[in-house]
Design a protein around this ligand. Structure first.
Ligand code: PNS
Length: 168
């Protein structure tokens, strides 16, 4: 494969086991995978960038060809900065397709040499999203097995009421 380095961008708010599944697949295809966590001043994330960064770093510790970084601004500019030409995106259900297709086409328009590679996670994670994780955790549901252990702690601290409801 001509492209040795790929960028997997995302909000990772928080990282889930679905993301980790895509990371595992990516690192078998590419020599180097850079996880680019979006720092978007326009949007208030649930977890601040420093916490998301720590959680991603902890989750991929020991994956020797995976590095973690943050970026602001246009993704294609970040790819230039990383000297990469491949964007990795995970795709789950058909419902992801329209948004992902729009982004891939816009990125291609902005930088014709950049390709988006879509990977599918294991069916175990087909329903999983960061947004659902927040919803379930905030309402006291158990998300064990869906997020890395460090994120379980972050969620427990973020949603203490959720935890107490679960104990009832
Ligand atoms: O995990 P997400 O929130 O689905 O990731 C979305 C992300 C970070 C890939 C996307 O919002 C992005 O690339 N933002 C950077 C700004 C940009 O380049 N926008 C134009 C892309 S079409």
């Amino acid at each position: 494969m001509a492209d040795k380095r790929a960028v997997y961008p995302g909000s990772f708010d928080p990282i889930t086991n679905g993301h980790l599944d895509i990371i595992e697949r990516s690192r078998r295809l590419f020599d180097e995978v850079v996880l680019g966590i979006l720092e978007n001043p326009e949007k208030v994330p649930v977890f601040p960038i420093a916490q998301r960064l720590d959680a991603v770093r902890e989750a991929v510790a020991g994956m020797d060809n995976v590095s973690v970084d943050t970026f602001k601004g246009l993704l294609v500019d970040y790819l230039d900065h990383q000297n990469a030409r491949v964007i990795i995106r995970g795709i789950r259900a058909v419902s992801d397709f329209e948004y992902e297709f729009q982004m891939a086409m816009m990125n291609r328009r902005l930088r014709s040499g950049i390709e988006t590679v879509f990977l599918m996670p294991s069916e175990t994670y087909f329903f999983l999203s960061s947004q659902l994780v927040h919803e379930v955790a905030s309402l006291g549901g158990d998300v064990t097995g869906l997020v890395p252990p460090g994120v379980l702690g972050m969620l427990a601290r973020k949603y203490p009421r959720g935890r107490s409801r679960r104990k009832r």
